[in-house]
Design a protein around this ligand. Structure first.
Ligand code: EPU
Length: 451
């Protein structure tokens, strides 16, 4: 697939939802955005054609393809098969430009892969985003510990190393991105690298599985200590690999079934990735049944009970589902206390939920949510991906019509969201104000222009 700039393309900007419809039916969960983006970077380590399956059609994936193509690497996307091919036989450029990295901070992950493969990288610093400062100091300290010399100039990280040498690295916070960047660089280092206080998210395990299938030697992914025994580039072979399902997308659909007191089956998930989330939903009164190893049935017949939640790194309650839990708490019986402990500014949904009648008192990273009987539709704005998705959940259960602006945030992480919710009986449509154009009324929006 050739490099394409998607910034100028006209996609629907808003969603309109008429709430109050009980959702019913089955939904198939897509591949995990936060896994596939890292697998794409990992493909840079190895010469030859790597094929990744279960790739969701999302704007973030497009940006990552663009970043990789900017490095001179050949890529192609097969929409039918939901696969991408990355042929990293030649990397002709080691610069990831600000233009792209600033559009998707996760693309900073190419730093570790380029340092590993090319011993050199120039990658734009992503900066903060709506949900917080989101520093990358642990990524940089980790690469420096491996022997990389790093200079920050004009907003770019300039990294250079003659020979990467394995070492022990202790992370002050179990950062997902830092764990991944260090893992990628350490695969081709000399000797062993031990990451202590490593992130344990399923996406880290997926990355380690992918790299090991390619010929890397990584032990302990999914625990707080990961050991990467360095191998030679000749040991790495291109592979075919299937991305894990998106646990956050699954949690969002679970929340929507529960919010509307509906009943539905969520297919293509790994239920054990959602253990903590499930236990909180069950405590609130939802009914969650395992129906086969990759499917669950979710229902809710009665009013939810209030619950207290503190977000934590995996396996704790996921920060990415905090806003979904808050949407549910707005109509639960009693007072819920929700504490966000990972990001400084991840309560962006609060003012929007208040417009719908929610009773939320926020102090710093704590929110006191006093359940009301029901929410009412309002004109809303998505400020970031997960805050935006929680507004969709809230709008689906609210009385009346809601509109949600800035849905490009939501498109970053939810494949075919309009289509999937429509199939479950929701009254939802994407549209643009200026064209007065209700897009894909009947067939769901699988926009050709997204890739
Ligand atoms: N942090 C630092 N210094 C660093 C790295 C992180 O201070 O060098 C701080 C961050 O500022 C943040 C905390 O540590 O406050 C956790 O950050 P982490 O590095 O773990 O997160 P990330 O790798 O930037 C990934 C996901 C996020 C998800 C978090 C936590 C991707 C592309 N993003 O971010 O997903 O919230 O892990 O699970 O994998 C999303 O999908 O909406 C999303 C934001």
């Amino acid at each position: 697939m050739p490099f394409r700039d998607i910034s100028e393309e006209k996609l629907p900007e808003k969603i309109r939802i008429v709430g109050g419809k009980q959702l019913k039916g089955e939904v198939h969960i897509s591949g995990a955005k936060n896994a596939v983006l890292k697998l794409m970077a990992a493909a840079l380590l190895c010469k030859g054609e790597t094929k990744i399956y279960n790739v969701p059609e999302l704007s973030d994936v497009v940006i990552m393809l663009n970043v990789i193509e900017q490095l001179g690497v050949k890529t192609s996307y097969d929409r039918q098969e939901k696969s991408i091919i990355i042929n990293a036989t030649d990397i002709t450029n080691v610069t990831a430009s600000y233009d792209l990295v600033s559009r998707m901070r996760a693309s900073f992950i190419v730093l570790g892969a380029l340092v590993g493969r090319c011993k050199e990288a120039v990658v734009a610093l992503p900066g903060g985003c709506a949900i917080g400062e989101r520093k990358v100091d642990f990524h940089i300290k980790g690469l420096e510990a491996l022997g990389t010399s790093i200079k920050i100039e004009n907003g770019y990280v300039h990294a250079k190393v003659r020979k990467l040498k394995g070492c022990d690295i202790y992370l002050d916070i179990p950062s997902v991105g830092a764990t991944e960047n260090i893992m990628l660089a350490a695969v081709l280092a000399e000797g062993s690298t031990r990451i202590q206080n490593a992130a344990q998210e399923p996406e880290i395990i997926d990355l380690a599985n992918f790299l090991n299938a390619m010929g890397a030697d990584i032990i302990g992914a999914g625990t707080s200590e990961i050991v990467i025994n360095g191998v030679k580039i000749e040991n790495l072979k291109p592979i075919e690999y299937t991305t894990i399902p998106d646990r956050i997308e699954a949690g969002t659909y679970m929340s929507a079934f529960i919010a509307t007191r509906g009943k539905g089956i969520i297919r293509n998930i790994f239920p054990n990735h959602l253990t903590f989330f499930n236990s909180k939903l069950t405590k609130m009164g939802a009914d969650i049944k395992l129906i086969d190893p990759t499917s669950i049935e979710v229902s809710c017949k009665k009013r939810l009970e209030a619950v207290n939640i503190i977000t934590q790194p995996y396996p704790g309650f996921p920060t990415d589902l905090q806003s979904m839990a808050m949407a549910l708490a707005t109509v639960a019986d009693g007072v819920s206390i929700i504490t966000e402990s990972l990001y400084e500014n991840r309560f962006m949904q609060v003012p929007e939920l208040r417009k719908m009648g929610a009773d939320i008192h926020q102090e710093r990273n704590h929110a006191l949510v006093k359940g009301v009987k029901c929410l009412t539709g309002a004109n809303l704005k998505a400020s970031d991906l997960r805050a935006g998705a929680s507004l969709v959940v809230a709008a689906l259960m609210a009385e009346g019509t809601s509109t949600i602006d800035n849905i490009y945030h939501i498109n970053r992480g939810y494949e075919l969201i309009e289509h999937k919710f429509k199939m479950l009986g929701a009254d939802i449509v994407k549209y643009n104000d200026d064209e007065n154009d209700i897009i894909n009324q009947n067939k769901g929006n699988y926009s050709e222009s997204q890739l």
